[in-house]
Write a protein that binds this ligand. Structure first.
Ligand code: SF4
Ligand code: SF4
Length: 446
C-alpha cells in the first residue's frame, strides 16, 4: 500500500477499486453516462480513475474535481447494478471530500452550508427568504429568474412558519398507545412542505403511535458531506445523534428519502472512515450511529408494516377512481431498499387506481444542488424522466423525496394537470375523504 493510498481514504473504502471487474454492467444504470456517453462519466470509468488516484498515479486535479462533481449525481444506481459489490458512492463521496480540501469550494456553497448546519441561521434565513419572495413575487418576475434549470416560479413557497412550531414536542394518539417513535422531519418539511409533516403526524397518531418531534433538530448533513464538506457536516451528525440515537423508542421515522439514507447508512460509514484516518471521532459516536441506523424507518415502510393499526381506514366514498403513479426516489430505492411499501399503501386505498409507470426507478435528474450547478446535464436526465411520467397519464404522482418533488413538479407539462404528493399525503387525504376535492380543485400540492 502506497503512502497516498493510506492518506486519502480508509482501507475499507479503498478496497472497492480492486473489486471492479470492468464488466460494464453499471453503465446502463448510470443516468449521467446515458446522456453524455463518455467513459469518464460512467461508474466504471470513475472507479478506474479512483484507483489511479488512490495508487498515486494521478493527482486530484481540477479536472478530476470537475469529473467527480459534474458527472455524478451520487444517486447510487451503479451500486445496486454492480455484481461485484463495489460501493462507488463511498469512493466518489470520499474523493469529493479530498478534492474539496485541496481545491476549496465556491464561497456561495460554503456560506450556504454554514446556514444549513445552524438551526437559528436556517430559521432566520427562511423567514427572510419568505418576505423577499413575497415582495418580488408575481409570475412576470419569477418565471424569468432561474436557479440552475428551475424557474423560481416553480419552486414551492416557504412555510408561513416552521412545521415544528405548529406542534407540541409530543403528539399523543387519541386512543391506546401502540408504539413510540421519534420523528426526524428534516429541513424540507420544516421550511417548505409543512403539509407532508401534518400528514405524517395525522396518519401515525391515527395508528395509535405517539409521535415525538425533538426540538433542536436541523439538517441531516447529507447535502453538505456529499459536497465534500465533512467538517461542517460533523456538526449536523453530532446534533442528530444526540437527539435521535435513543434506545427507548420503537423507531425513528423519516419522511425524506435523502435524510433517511443519511441517518441509515452514511453516518456510520463517514464516522468510521474518519476514525480510521485518525480524525477525532470516538467509538461512542460510531456506536450511536449504529444504534440510530437500526431504528430508522422511512414513514412509508413503517406505515405499510402496520396498516392493521389504522383506526380510520381510507375513505371508500366517491365512485370514481383517481389514477396514481409512483416515482422511486434514488435515496429510498437504491439507498434504503424501500420499493414495495409505498406501492402497498397506494394500492390499499379504495379510491386509487394504481398505475405502474415505466422506469419508475430511474433518477429524476435533480440530485440536490446538481440541478443548480450542472443544469444542462440535469435537464437531459429530467426530460427523459418527465417523458415516462407523462406517459403514465396519472392524476397524482406520489413520491417520497422533497427533492424529487420539486424537480418533477417544476418540469411537468402544466396542461397535464398532474399533482405531485408524498405517498403519506395521498393516504392521509383518502382517510380524511379529501382526495376527490383535492383533485377537483386543481391546486398545486404544497
Ligand atoms: S458493474 Fe461493478 S464491477 Fe462492473 S464495471 Fe461497474 S463497478 Fe466495475
Ligand atoms: S452514483 Fe449515479 S450518477 Fe454517479 S456514477 Fe453511479 S449511477 Fe452514475
Amino acid at each position: 500500500m502506497t503512502k497516498q493510498q493510506k492518506e486519502l481514504l480508509s482501507e475499507r473504502t479503498n478496497e472497492h477499486v480492486y473489486h471492479c471487474a470492468k464488466c460494464g454492467l453499471c453503465l446502463d444504470a448510470c443516468p449521467v453516462y446515458k446522456e453524455l456517453l463518455v467513459e469518464s462519466a460512467s461508474p466504471r470509468g470513475k472507479v478506474q480513475l479512483a484507483k489511479h488516484i488512490i495508487e498515486g498515479d494521478l493527482e486530484i486535479s481540477k479536472k478530476m474535481e470537475d469529473i467527480l462533481f459534474s458527472q455524478c449525481l451520487l444517486c447510487g444506481s451503479c451500486v445496486i447494478a454492480c455484481p461485484s459489490g463495489v460501493k462507488q458512492n463511498e469512493l466518489f463521496s470520499g474523493l469529493r471530500w479530498r478534492t474539496a480540501q485541496r481545491h476549496g469550494m465556491p464561497l456561495a456553497k460554503k456560506l450556504f452550508f454554514q446556514v444549513l448546519s445552524r438551526r437559528w441561521l436556517m430559521s432566520t434565513s427562511s423567514w427572510f427568504g419568505k418576505w423577499v419572495r413575497k415582495i418580488f413575487s408575481g409570475p412576470a418576475i419569477e418565471s424569468r429568474i432561474e436557479v440552475g434549470n428551475l424557474p423560481v416560479s416553480a419552486i414551492p413557497p416557504l412555510n408561513d412558519k416552521p412545521f415544528n412550531a405548529a406542534y407540541p414536542e409530543i403528539v399523543m394518539p387519541e386512543d391506546e398507545i401502540r408504539a413510540r417513535i421519534l420523528y426526524f422531519h428534516g429541513c424540507a418539511t420544516n421550511y417548505v412542505f409543512a403539509d407532508v409533516g401534518k400528514a405524517v403526524v395525522s396518519v401515525l397518531t391515527n395508528m395509535g403511535v405517539q409521535v415525538e418531534i425533538p426540538r433542536g433538530q436541523s439538517c441531516c448533513g447529507l447535502p453538505i458531506f456529499l459536497s465534500g464538506d465533512r467538517k461542517t457536516a460533523i456538526r449536523c451528525i453530532t446534533e442528530a445523534l444526540g437527539l435521535f440515537a435513543r434506545d427507548d423508542v420503537d423507531a425513528v421515522i423519516v419522511d425524506c428519502a435523502t435524510c433517511g439514507s443519511a441517518l441509515r447508512h452514511e453516518y456510520a460509514h463517514i464516522l468510521r472512515e474518519l476514525k480510521d484516518l485518525g480524525e477525532d471521532v470516538s467509538e461512542d459516536m460510531i456506536e450511536k450511529a449504529q444504534l440510530l441506523q437500526s431504528k430508522v424507518r422511512d414513514v412509508s415502510e413503517y406505515v405499510a408494516a402496520h396498516m392493521d393499526w389504522l383506526a380510520a381506514m381510507p375513505s371508500r366514498d366517491g365512485a370514481r377512481k383517481i389514477r396514481v403513479a409512483y416515482h422511486d426516489p434514488c435515496h429510498l430505492m437504491k439507498g434504503q431498499g424501500v420499493t414495495m411499501q409505498p406501492r402497498t399503501i397506494l394500492k390499499s386505498i379504495p379510491s386509487v387506481e394504481y398505475v405502474e409507470m415505466e422506469k419508475a426507478g430511474t433518477c429524476c435528474g435533480g440530485g440536490g444542488e446538481f440541478q443548480i450547478e450542472f443544469g444542462d446535464t440535469s435537464a437531459l436526465i429530467t426530460n427523459r424522466k418527465i417523458g415516462y411520467i407523462h406517459d403514465a397519464n396519472a392524476q397524482i404522482l406520489a413520491t417520497g423525496c422533497p427533492g424529487c418533488n420539486i424537480t418533477i413538479r417544476a418540469h411537468l407539462d402544466k396542461n397535464k394537470n398532474m399533482q405531485v404528493l408524498h405517498t403519506i399525503q395521498v393516504l392521509q387525504k383518502s382517510i380524511d375523504g379529501t382526495l376527490d376535492n383535492f383533485i377537483d380543485s386543481g391546486i398545486t400540492a404544497d
